[in-house]
Each structure stands twice: as C-alpha cells, then as structure tokens.
Design a protein around this ligand. Sequence first.
Ligand SMILES: C[S@@+](CC[C@H](N)C(=O)[O-])C[C@H]1O[C@@H](n2cnc3c(N)ncnc32)[C@H](O)[C@@H]1O
Length: 420
Amino acid sequence: VEAVGTDARSRAIRVIGAVVRDGAPLRPTLARALGDATGAERSLVTDVAYGTLRHLHALDAALSARLSDPAALPGVARDVLRAGAYELLVRGTAAHAAVHAYVELLKATPGPAARLSGLVNAVLRRVSWADVTDEAARLSLPEPLWAHLRAALGDEAAAAARAMLSPAPVFLHPYTADAAERLVAEGCTVQPAALGTLAVRLSRPLERLQAFREGAVQAQNPSSVAVVRALGVARGERILDVGAGHGIKTAQLCAAGASVIAVDVDPARIAAGRANLARLGFSAEHVVHDATTSQAGLAPVDAALIDAPCTGTGTLRAHPEIKLRWSEAASERAAAIGAAMLARVAERVRPGGRLVYAVCALGLREGPAVVAAFLRDTPDWRAEPIATPLPMRDAAVGSWLLPTDAGHDGFYLARLERRG
Ligand SMILES: C[S@@+](CC[C@H](N)C(=O)[O-])C[C@H]1O[C@@H](n2cnc3c(N)ncnc32)[C@H](O)[C@@H]1O
C-alpha cells in the first residue's frame, strides 16, 4: 500500500506541476498520468491532483505563513508542500503518514530539491488553517475573481465558492430506459439525481463502459440539463444550437424531438459533436460557422440555444485551473463574443420564437450585461421568467443557476422571446 501510495503521489505531483507551471489543462493531463491505473491508486492520484488544485490559493496562504520566501523554492518542492498540506488539512490523512510520504517522495526526487526534505518536514508539521484569515484565500480564490463572483452573486457568493471546492459525483444523462441497470451491471454505483440525471460512481473510466459506448448515457451536469429545459422544446420544432461543441445539449434537443441545426466555429468540435450524436443514436444538421457573423442563408428557426464561450467560472470544481488563468481581460473578450453571437443569432429566430442565452460563468459582464445590452438595442425581444427546480438566484435580467454541494455547476441563463 505504501509503495502504491508513493507512486500515486508522485504522479499527482507531476500533474500539479504541469498544470500550475506549464499551463497544462487538468483533465487530459490527469488522464495521461493515470494511464490504466485502477482502484485505490486511481482514486488517490485523482483526489490529490484535483483537491490540491481546488484548494491551491488557500494552501499557498497557509504555507506562506511558515516560509520566508515560498516563490524562491524549486517548483517541485512547492508542489510537494502543497499536496502534503492538502492531505493534512483537507483530505484528513493521518499526520505522520502524510508527512512521511511527502518527505520520502522529495528525497527520491532527482536534482537539488531533494536537499529540502528537512524543510518540507518542518513546514508540514506546522502548517495550519488558523494562519489563513483572508476571506478570498479561505475560499481559495484570487482576490479579483472573488470580487467578480461577489458582484454577481452577492450574499450567495461564498456558499457558491465553497461548493466548488468539494468533489462531485459523475452525472450521467440516461438516454435509454435501462441505462441505470446497465451501469449497475458493469459495477457502477448509481443514485437518481436532479432533472432525471444519475449520480454515478464509475467502476472504470466512462469511455470504457459498454453503457457509454452503446449510447445509453451522456455525461451532463444537472445545470446543463436545466439550460436546455429552459428553452421548452416541442416535437418537430426547428432549433438552432449555437456553440454546439461536443453536442451534449444537442443530444438533449434531439431527444425532445427537435430538428436541430448544430453550429460551431471549430470544425474539430463539429466532427466530435457529430460522432457523439451518432453514438447516442441521434442526428442533426452540423454547420461550421462563426456565429458572431450573420448566417444569412438560414431559414428562420422556432428557437435558438446559445451556449456561448465563456471563462467557465461556474465550473471551478471540475476545472480548478481556471482560477490560475482567469483575468478581467479574458472575461471582457468572452463577453464581446457572446454579445455578437446573441445579436446575430436573434436575427434568425422567427417572430414569436424564443432564445436561451447561457454561459457557465458567474460574472455580471458575461451574463446579465450581455443580455441587458441586447434588450436595450433590440426592442422586439423581451425577457421571460425561468422555472427550474434547481437552486437559482435572479439576476437583473435572467437567472443564476448556483453551484451546490450536490455537485451542480454554476450557469447564467436568460430566456428571451421575440414579439409576434
Ligand atoms: C460552452 S462550449 C459549448 C458546449 C456545448 N454546447 C455542449 O453542451 O456540449 C462553447 C462553444 O462555442 C464555440 N464557439 C466559440 N466561438 C464561437 C463562434 N464565434 N461561433 C460559433 N461557435 C463558437 C466553441 O467552439 C465551443 O464549442
């Protein structure tokens, strides 16, 4: 067990280093590091990598109180301290076991960092949450991002930020009546979850399950399901799905009986979306198109869904590296693309038709500000209320779907109707 633990922890340290210092995205980097690891090893690497990155700002604040110049340490020594502090302060690994594991791991590291094992030992023995007093640090957010979330969510911001620190189950949207039974037969643990989804503990990686390969399920967070439901699709309607990507929401629209035109600017995503729909037994018309420009040849549609590109601040739980890269400038760029998409796509919706504008970001600029500006400039559209059983908070226009302890992602969405 100890040998497995040491190997798993070094893999996690390599993932953390690649994400923090080399700008690598977490999910594919972790998948490569996991290879075909199974069972306890797989779950330890995953938990230490995700957990350390989710709590990174808080852990750095706790460690800073015990170090004179953390930035001067070799990167690997810092990452060993971060992962060790995560195990001690969050994961709850017994102190002697955690300290021993990380000190030995550093000793075995090639290069000068190995000489810092004494320092790592001393720091890990003293690291404490009591040293973290700043509110943003306690929520493990950089200060500008914390201010950004607070401006949008007010007194719900702290609970939302805290919820995004904890792991969530894998949510699967079932597309066959026997999906849950098939998952159980393959060794998964399955619980019913919000909006007809299944909260699943996977027995092996999703892509290796027959139930997935044969189109019985699609990974989809309940908040994402709620976004499509907000459009209220009727059988036979023509729906424009903009920013269709891998087709997660396209599939839901198809299942509701719509005839879907799936648009994305990225040909690789369009190809992936087409393949994903085929796996699920659906089909749509796929179009590579930059939706910030007019799709003039397209006949008017009954409704449109815009799942706009965004900074993803409602998905910090699944993508904690967003906290390391987020900036006001990135949020401005995303908002400008979203605003142009909304203006152009709205032109393709028939009078009396409707549109849902959504982003998985929790800032005013990428959500309500885009929609408010559109409504100001386009008087034949108006906002309509949204009904969903998920925890929600009204924005000035539209609503926030709140990140929750149950594992729901955060989204902004607005439902708009074109006057007849
Ligand atoms: C949030 S993701 C969409 C996820 C997708 N709807 C799903 O549920 O699987 C946003 C998508 O917008 C696409 N996108 C970005 N800029 C675009 C543009 N100018 N025109 C069309 N699509 C764009 C991206 O390629 C990406 O696939």
